[in-house]
Ligand binder design. Structure first.
Ligand code: SAH
Ligand code: SF4
Length: 355
């Protein structure tokens, strides 16, 4: 197991030869603990309405430049069928925090997907109330994704203004989700303005402590219609303390996450692939990641789901993207995962890598 000093040293490391060793170690741990399979989760961005006002995200409620949409259940079911047709094991329904997506409506949708397909259903609908999370679990939802974004509470409060009358924080909701029996995914942004190396090391150890089933960490990408994208003084640290939002830092975090949480599912994130269109996806898969989440949102809506600018999928033809992915996996000699690709059994047993 790596200790805190080692993690901090790696986060500061820039020597390509030593970094190559880190990446090789992460790749070996990935192979030993979760195998060669790459699991595909089809992502459908079902609504871009959002009640929250996160300082980093283009969908924040005060961004009036966004054209808002909410998909119908028929439109969503078409995407579900597309996921089945392509052989994906999981459908991920993601949205802003939109109470127009009513509790019962989402529960019915989950029931319909579970009754008609063998897909695992992952929800990523923001900080909904515990009763709603319970109702959706009851309806058959398997997993929930909710990133805690940063373990630095002071920074979190600054960039994620609290809504009134909320009894639970994201970290509190993650515990509730676990108790409800969901497989739980979380994660952070890498290089958030105001994120220190110490805070990022804490994030990595918190992933481990929380026993997360899935961990996503992608680079922060500034959006011009957000406070963090507009105001360079919004959250500042001395340059030597600030984590840069670079491609390399994102790979280091993927690799360290794999070493610290050997049995978790780790996606090769779209934000990383957006920074390096040519190789980002492949490099993350070779440095610890074992999951890819292709976007199945219909083109008309996709452009309006602008969490950050120039998302990779804006320019991709879905069939072309699928063919490209299949070619990439073939080049890597890694098979597509069969079935839902959920919590690897050894998480429960707490297996440690021997590497
Ligand atoms: N509303 C839900 C799901 C959509 S946002 C939620 O907030 O959980 C999904 C993720 O996008 C967030 O958790 C955040 O980590 C990421 N994100 C938001 N703005 C971003 C930005 N500017 N750069 C990179 N990632 C961002
Ligand atoms: Fe809404 Fe999620 Fe964006 Fe925050 S990160 S503004 S909750 S969509």
């Amino acid at each position: 197991m790596m200790n805190r000093e080692e993690v901090l040293r790696w986060l500061h490391e820039t020597d390509p030869t030593r970094l190559a060793d880190l990446y090789a170690r992460a790749d070996a741990v990935r192979r030993e603990c979760v195998g060669d399979e790459i699991h595909l989760r089809g992502l459908v961005e079902i609504s871009n309405y959002c009640l929250q006002n996160c300082a980093y995200c283009g969908l924040r409620r005060e961004n009036i430049a966004v054209e808002r949409y909410r998909m119908s259940d028929l439109e969503i079911m078409d995407c579900v069928q597309e996921a089945v047709r392509r052989g994906y094991g999981t459908i991920v329904l993601q949205s802003g925090e939109d109470y127009g997506l009513e509790t019962g409506w989402i529960a019915d949708l989950v029931r319909k997907i579970k009754a008609g397909t063998s897909l695992a259903v992952t929800l990523s609908l923001g900080e909904r109330f515990p009763e709603e999370l319970a109702a959706w679990r009851e309806a058959g939802a398997d997993r929930y994704l909710l990133k805690f974004e940063t373990s630095d509470d002071e920074l979190y409060e600054r960039i994620h203004p609290a809504l009134p009358n909320r009894a639970y924080s994201r970290k509190g909701l993650l515990r509730i989700l676990k108790d409800l029996g969901y497989e739980v995914g979380s994660g952070v942004m890498v290089g958030l303005p105001g994120q220190s190396y110490q805070a990022l090391a804490n994030d990595l150890f918190l992933f481990r402590e929380m026993g997360l089933d899935m961990i996503g960490a992608g680079p922060f990408l500034p959006h011009p219609q957000t406070p963090l994208g507009q105001d360079a003084t919004y959250a500042t640290l001395p340059p030597e303390e600030q984590v840069p939002a670079t491609e390399e830092m994102a790979y280091k975090v993927v690799a360290l996450t794999r070493i610290l949480c050997p049995n978790s599912n780790i996606p090769s994130t779209t934000s990383l692939a957006s920074l390096n269109r040519e190789a980002g996806r492949r490099l993350a898969l070779q440095r610890g990641a074992n999951v890819v989440m292709p976007n199945l949102t219909p083109g008309t809506y996709r452009l309006c789901y602008e969490i950050y600018p120039e998302k990779l999928c804006f320019h991709e033809d879905p069939d072309f993207e699928h063919a490209q992915l299949m070619q990439l996996f073939a080049d890597l000699g890694r098979p597509v995962g069969k079935g839902p690709g959920g919590r690897p059994v050894d998480i429960a047993k707490g297996k440690e890598s021997s590497l």
